[in-house]
Design a protein around this ligand. Structure first.
Ligand SMILES: *[C@@H]1O[C@H](CO)[C@@H](O)[C@H](O)[C@H]1NC(C)=O
Ligand SMILES: *[C@@H]1O[C@H](CO)[C@@H](O)[C@H](O)[C@H]1NC(C)=O
Ligand SMILES: *[C@@H]1O[C@H](CO)[C@@H](O)[C@H](O)[C@H]1NC(C)=O
Ligand SMILES: *[C@@H]1O[C@H](CO)[C@@H](O)[C@H](O)[C@H]1NC(C)=O
Ligand SMILES: *[C@@H]1O[C@H](CO)[C@@H](O)[C@H](O)[C@H]1NC(C)=O
Ligand SMILES: *[C@@H]1O[C@H](CO)[C@@H](O)[C@H](O)[C@H]1NC(C)=O
Ligand SMILES: *[C@@H]1O[C@H](CO)[C@@H](O)[C@H](O)[C@H]1NC(C)=O
Ligand SMILES: *[C@@H]1O[C@H](CO)[C@@H](O)[C@H](O)[C@H]1NC(C)=O
Length: 404
């Protein structure tokens, strides 16, 4: 038992110690290990740290064209030395395999190489996605590859520019067995940045394939709700002016960058019953003209970008705001009147009773068996008086009830 635990701990310690960071992102990779075609261009290498392709050439050519092809995406660049790199905005991820081609312009000389990441097939993470929320927080999440061994651990690295060194995730989201399934980032600066993400893995069982991706941060931002939403209604003419301010952002964006959706519902009516098309505006003000003074409404607003590199998906709804009157108001007033009436009647009864009838008369004492030897005169008198007195009290009650 202890041995097993010790072993697990040891292997965990080893895995942590031999973190793949410097094994992977700092290494220089030979792309075409098996040189088959006869070509003056040889020794293609990929430098992970500099994100740069380089090659050798047996002849000196004035220029080269290098190409990166992944599926139907292709990047092309002309260079005058034997090095080639693409900007963060223009590069392509290497995961899943990529082709590099070097051509010498105006000749039929070229070199074509395919790079396929090493490691067990299906061991790379899947469903990688990131979202920026609350202006500067970001979550990236993924799922373990379906063929990844049980002891696989993943690590995330990212960089904002080609010249930066990569940074490892500081706050992992952990799944079962402590496996990293995501990363939380704080103080994310969106601006117009493309960020490179790489998730690598290690396992004692087999080599794990990496996954990498370039993401434009502004495209994954989920906008916060519009600010200071307020409604000002007038009865005559009936109508409401709704105003609000643009959502919070990590850096200043002009008003014209946003589009808003205004959702006004009758309280008690469901979304499904609503057939009106959504109200979309590009301003910070909306005049609600179908205002019915007797109805109560619920208002919410959300924003999306329409330009300025703001995500064009809808952001979060603002907190619902209620405005207007409805039947509930009259119901409340009615209930209040009834309660007040009941209290008044009870009070009136109480004082009338106090004045015209004694407590004893209303609630007659339980007749006691008569004492054969000591008959009281008082009791006889009381019994005789009781019935008429209580009658008069009841009469008054009926009278009061007619009044209400
Ligand atoms: C190509 O790479 C091989 C092995 O790394 C090396 O021996 C050779 O010198 C390189 N060729 C050139 C032209 O640099
Ligand atoms: C390249 O073109 C030359 C003539 O321009 C031809 O002699 C040579 O065979 C061609 N090489 C290949 C590999 O097609
Ligand atoms: C990734 O997402 C798809 C679609 O939601 C799902 O079918 C698939 O199982 C997910 N992959 C993993 C490894 O969970
Ligand atoms: C981000 O991750 C944290 C921790 O798992 C979670 O509590 C939070 O709901 C996530 N937020 C979003 C917007 O996904
Ligand atoms: C990046 O890392 C290398 C090697 O660890 C170091 O020499 C270099 O100074 C670092 N560069 C930056 C910009 O931090
Ligand atoms: C907006 O962000 C979502 C993820 O939150 C993303 O799926 C979508 O593609 C983005 N939309 C645009 C237009 O970039
Ligand atoms: C929005 O309202 C808050 C108080 O509710 C106020 O402090 C803030 O200045 C308002 N924003 C603008 C842009 O007027
Ligand atoms: C509401 O609108 C009226 C007329 O348009 C204006 O006089 C009043 O000050 C507004 N009230 C608020 C709270 O903005």
């Amino acid at each position: 038992m202890f041995d097993t635990l010790g072993l697990i701990w040891m292997s965990w310690w080893c895995m942590t110690l031999f973190h793949p960071l410097h094994a992977d992102l700092q290494r220089i990779e030979r792309i075409c290990s098996a040189e088959t075609e006869e070509s003056p261009i040889t020794n293609l290498t990929w430098n992970w740290r500099r994100m740069e392709l380089s090659w050798e050439s047996s002849k000196n050519f004035p220029s080269y064209t290098c190409m990166m092809t992944s599926g139907d995406r292709r990047r092309r660049k002309k260079v005058e030395n034997r090095k080639c790199w693409f900007s963060m905005e223009n590069s392509l991820p290497l995961q899943g395999g990529i082709s590099f081609t070097i051509e010498v312009p105006n000749t039929n000389i070229s070199k074509h190489c395919r790079f396929i990441p090493e490691g067990k097939k299906g061991s790379a993470i899947e469903n990688f996605s990131c979202v920026i929320y609350d202006v500067s927080l970001m979550n990236c999440t993924w799922q373990a590859g379906r063929n990844a061994p049980g002891d696989t651990q993943y690590f995330l690295y990212w960089k904002n520019s080609r010249d930066d060194n990569e940074t490892e995730c500081e706050l992992y989201i952990k799944g079962e067995n402590g496996m990293h399934t995501g990363c939380r980032f704080q103080n994310v600066m969106i601006e117009e940045k493309t960020t490179y993400f790489l998730v690598d893995g290690i396992s004692s069982d087999s080599q794990i394939q990496f996954y990498d991706e370039y993401i434009e941060l502004c495209e994954i931002e989920r906008l916060t709700p519009p600010l200071n939403v307020s409604v000002n209604c007038t009865v005559n003419p009936a109508g409401c002016t709704i105003t609000w301010q643009k959502p919070r952002a990590s850096y200043e964006k002009p008003e014209h960058c946003f589009t808003y959706e205004i959702n006004i519902q009758n309280k008690g009516e469901h979304d499904k019953d609503k057939k009106d098309p959504p109200v979309i505006v590009n301003t910070n003000k909306y005049e609600f003209e179908n205002y019915n003074v007797k109805k109560k409404y619920i208002l919410k607003i959300r924003a999306r970008g329409n330009s300025c590199t703001i995500n064009k998906s809808w952001g979060e709804w603002s907190k619902p705001i209620e405005f207007g009157e409805n039947e509930d108001y009259f119901l409340v007033v009615l209930l209040l009147l009834i309660v007040l009436g009941t209290i008044l009647v009870t009070l009136l009864l109480f004082f009338l009773c106090k004045r015209y009838c004694s407590f004893k008369r209303v609630f007659p004492p339980i007749p006691q068996p008569r004492d054969k030897f000591n008959t009281s005169h008082d009791e006889n008198i009381q019994t005789e008086n009781m019935f008429p007195s209580s009658l008069s009290c009841t009469k008054e009650v009926t009278m009061v009830e007619e009044m209400t």
